[in-house]
Design a binder for this molecule. Structure first.
Ligand SMILES: [Zn+2]
Ligand SMILES: [Zn+2]
Ligand SMILES: [Zn+2]
Ligand SMILES: [Zn+2]
Length: 237
């Protein structure tokens, strides 16, 4: 390793890729984060020598953070590998995706991706502004359901919402990818209020019998099936 100057050691006990320096990526296309294994669609860093791309939040995460759910604030601790810590899948309390790489965990068992702690407060979807909210109140316009289940366990999710329209945060990650594939994704601009992220998606092709390729829809379907054969009051509650 000789000669390399180690950066960002000030406020963290963990550095994702100490071998090389990670530099700010341009242009800001969506990417797969090597550290947390989730989609990145805001500021990312990459290594010019290796296939390493990480969220800003995953590059040199602070050892502690916190997450507010309902009225309670949960203290979180950083773990470089949540799978190794847990032995079984854990789901992010914000985006409801499995936490398969690095992540945060509270003593009460709440889990979270580093990047899900700093999601943009608002985004633009098909030219309408949606705001981040810490719950789902309506069926998601992307996957068609409101509550999601793994077996009979309800998986928590935050949403991007405006009146009559809500999306799971996890579905928004899928929407970013689709929008980008169609050449219609505009990342957020740096600086205060300089510009929100813009997503354009075709919702007419969606619905309950919509895109089977969606991980989340699969989860939703499995969950619904389980709930139908199990305790149906879970779905009505
Ligand atoms: Zn990440
Ligand atoms: Zn490298
Ligand atoms: Zn998450
Ligand atoms: Zn959804």
């Amino acid at each position: 390793m000789g000669g390399e100057v180690s950066k960002n050691t000030k406020d963290t006990s963990y550095t994702i890729h100490p071998e090389h320096e990670l530099t700010l990526m341009e242009p800001r296309d969506p990417f797969y984060c090597t550290a947390c294994k989730e989609t990145g669609f805001s500021t990312g860093y990459g290594c010019s020598k290796c296939v390493v791309r990480v969220h800003q939040e995953c590059k040199s995460p602070s050892p502690e953070s916190s997450l507010r759910l309902k009225r309670k604030k949960h203290s979180l601790k950083f773990y470089p590998d949540m799978n190794a810590e847990n032995g079984k899948p854990r789901f992010c309390a914000v985006c409801s995706q499995p936490v398969r790489g690095c992540g945060y965990r509270s003593s009460s068992g709440k889990n979270c991706h580093p990047s899900c702690l700093t999601l943009p407060k608002s985004i633009m979807v098909n030219s309408a502004e949606l705001r981040l909210a810490n719950k789902m109140m309506l069926d998601c316009k992307w996957c068609g359901v409101m509550k999601r289940y793994i077996g009979k366990v309800k998986i928590r999710s935050w949403s991007y919402a405006r009146e009559n329209c809500e999306y799971h945060v996890g579905c928004v990650k899928d929407m970013v990818i689709e929008s980008w594939r169609n050449g219609e994704f505009v990342p957020a601009k740096e600086g205060d209020g300089a510009g929100q992220m813009h997503i354009k998606v075709d919702l007419s092709s969606r619905g309950i019998s919509g895109n089977l390729g969606s991980k989340l829809l699969e989860l939703a379907r499995k969950g619904t099936m389980a709930a139908m054969t199990g305790d149906p009051t879970d779905l009505l509650g």
